[in-house]
Write a protein that binds this ligand. Sequence first.
Ligand code: NI
Length: 171
Amino acid sequence: MAVRTILRYPEPLLKQVSKPVTEFDAGLKQLAEDMVETMYDAPGVGLAAPQVGELRRLIVMDCSGKENSADLIVAVNPEIVEKDGESYEEEGCLSVPEYYAPVKRFSRVTMSYQDAEGKSLLRQAEGLLAVAMQHEIDHLQGILFVDHLSPLKKSIFRKKYKKLMQEKAEA
Ligand code: NI
């Protein structure tokens, strides 16, 4: 296993649409393992393959933050098939460090996906996990949580983020 480098906004690859996974081979399992290790190392509660430079429809999530391995979800070709309710919770992203903002999401979702062996599964979720599913699947469409902000909030974000990254580079 290996911790991969997480790409950061405004890296252009994060804006691209990922391709469906068709081969459930050793390479896919390796990538999934690396992503899990990278997510725990960060640490974060979710990671999508494009964030480590792989344009494949694969996401990993663990809203318990490694406390309970049963909470780890590796989802290949994930899709939201049912959605309901509304939530407005603060989100962050490993590709947009040190910036947080509330985003409007569905509060309950059902996700269809395949596991690393190609078996089809369904998972219902609410709360943080439901938000994580929507956030991570967005990544596969080249959408970041900041893309959901209003044009005004997004322009404030761009300025703030630029300044933040400059300060970091100088430190
Ligand atoms: Ni993210």
